[in-house]
Design a protein around this ligand. Structure first.
Ligand SMILES: [Zn+2]
Ligand SMILES: [Zn+2]
Length: 370
C-alpha cells in the first residue's frame, strides 16, 4: 500500500513557508524537499512524499522525526484551509433562510435575508443589500445607518422601486432631514417609503409576513424586529362543517379563520443582554432564527464594561441561555479586536448551553493565519 502526503507549499501557513527565517521546523522541511522520494514531485513548488515500499526512506523519515513534523504541517494546513473557507463563505443557511452580510462592531453591520426580501441595518451599503425591498434600521449609530443614502440612491440608479425603510419613530425626522440634505446637495430624487414603526406595532409586509419591533437596550434609543409568518387556521367552531357550507359562510361575510402568527426571524441590532430578560421580547427568543450580538467575548472586556457600552458579552448569553429557545442563533457584531479563531472558540462555549445551532458571522474578520 502506498500512502501519499501532498503538500502544496503555496498553501502552507506563512510561518511554515521554507523561505521564512530558519527554524528547527523549517530546516526539517527543507531537508525533506531535498530528499524527495517516490511518486515524483508535485508541480508548482508542491512537495510529494510517498511512503510504503521505500523502506529506507521510511526509516529515514522516522529517524528524522519528519513524520510527526509532517503531521503537524498537515494539521496546520487543514486549520488554515478551514480559516480561509470561513473568510470566503458568502452565505449561511439557517432553518431555510440563507443569511448573508457583514457585521463588525463599530465598523459596519448589514444582514441580508433574500427569502424575506429584507436587509437589517446598513452601516455601509453592500451590493447584495440593494436588491432587498425592505430595510429595518435598529438605531442611529453610523455603523448601522451610514449606508442608507447609498442604498436609496443605488436603487434609484437601477430603477428599482422605492424601498420601504423602517426606523424607530424617534429618528424618523432626522432621517427625513438627512434625505432632504442629500437631495438638495446632489440635486437628485431620492425616493423611499419611510415608516416609523414603534415597539408593539404591527406592519404587514406581505399577506403572509408581518413585522413587529421589540425593545432593545443600547446607549441611544434602539429597537429590534421580529418577522412573523402569517397562517390562517379554521376556527374551532367551524371545524365540523363541510366545504360548501364553509364557502357559504365565508361569502356571507363571517370570518371563519383565526390568524396565527409564528415568529420566524428576529434581529436585535446593538443591545445589552437586557432583552433576554424582558418577557415582552419572548417572541424574539422563540423565533426560528435569532440574529443577535456578542460584541465582547473574553476577560479583556468585563461584563460591566460591555453593559456600559450598550452591548452584550458572550458570558451573559451563556448565563441567560435558558431563555434562548431559538432553533438557530447567529452571533454578530464582534469587536474588530477578535480573530476568526477567537470567535469560533466563543461559539464552542455557547453551543452546549443552548439547544439551537449557534453560528457566528465572521465575514470581514481576519484569521490568525492571514
Ligand atoms: Zn454597532
Ligand atoms: Zn450602536
Amino acid at each position: 500500500m502506498q500512502i501519499s502526503l501532498s503538500i502544496s507549499t503555496s498553501n502552507i501557513p506563512c510561518f511554515l513557508k521554507p523561505q521564512e527565517p530558519t527554524s528547527e521546523f523549517s530546516s526539517k522541511l527543507s531537508f525533506s524537499t531535498a530528499r524527495r522520494v517516490g511518486g515524483g514531485g508535485g508541480g508548482g513548488g508542491g512537495l510529494k512524499i510517498s511512503l510504503g515500499n521505500h523502506d529506507s526512506a521510511l526509516f529515514a523519515l522516522k529517524g528524522s522525526g519528519l513524520l510527526s513534523s509532517m503531521g503537524r504541517v498537515i494539521e496546520e494546513e487543514e486549520k488554515y484551509r478551514k480559516a480561509r473557507a470561513e473568510v470566503q463563505r458568502k452565505g449561511i443557511d439557517l432553518k431555510g433562510y440563507l443569511i448573508e452580510g457583514v457585521s463588525i462592531g463599530g465598523h459596519e453591520t448589514c444582514i441580508v435575508v433574500p427569502r424575506l426580501n429584507a436587509a437589517f441595518d446598513i452601516g455601509k451599503c453592500p451590493s447584495r443589500a440593494i436588491h432587498q425591498d425592505f430595510l429595518f434600521i435598529t438605531h442611529g449609530h453610523l455603523d448601522h445607518i451610514g449606508g442608507l443614502p447609498m442604498y436609496v440612491a443605488t436603487r434609484g440608479l437601477y430603477s428599482l422601486k422605492p424601498p420601504t425603510i423602517f426606523v424607530p419613530p424617534c429618528i424618523k425626522e432626522d432621517v427625513e432631514k438627512l434625505f432632504d440634505l442629500y437631495r438638495s446637495m446632489g440635486q437628485v430624487d431620492l425616493e423611499l417609503d419611510l415608516v416609523a414603526l414603534d415597539v408593539g406595532e404591527t406592519y404587514e409586509i406581505r399577506n403572509d409576513l408581518v413585522v413587529r419591533p421589540f425593545k432593545t437596550d443600547h446607549v441611544i434609543p434602539s429597537q429590534g424586529y421580529v418577522l412573523y409568518s402569517v397562517r390562517k387556521k379554521l376556527k374551532m367552531q367551524y371545524k365540523h362543517l363541510q366545504g360548501k357550507k364553509l364557502e357559504k359562510l365565508k361569502h356571507s361575510g363571517v370570518e371563519i379563520t383565526d390568524i396565527m402568527l409564528s415568529p420566524e426571524l428576529a434581529f436585535t441590532g446593538d443591545t445589552t443582554s437586557e432583552f433576554l430578560l424582558n418577557p415582552r421580547s419572548a417572541d424574539a427568543l422563540r423565533a426560528k432564527v435569532l440574529i443577535t450580538e456578542a460584541t465582547f467575548l473574553d476577560d479583556e472586556i468585563s461584563v460591566e464594561q460591555a453593559r456600559e457600552h450598550g452591548h452584550t458579552h458572550l458570558y451573559e448569553l451563556m448565563e441567560h441561555a435558558q431563555w434562548i429557545r431559538n432553533e438557530a442563533i447567529l452571533l454578530t457584531h464582534f469587536s474588530s479586536r477578535y480573530k476568526i479563531e477567537d470567535i469560533r472558540e466563543a461559539v464552542l462555549k455557547l453551543q452546549p448551553k443552548v439547544s439551537g445551532k449557534v453560528v457566528a458571522l465572521t465575514e470581514g474578520f481576519k484569521s490568525m493565519y492571514s
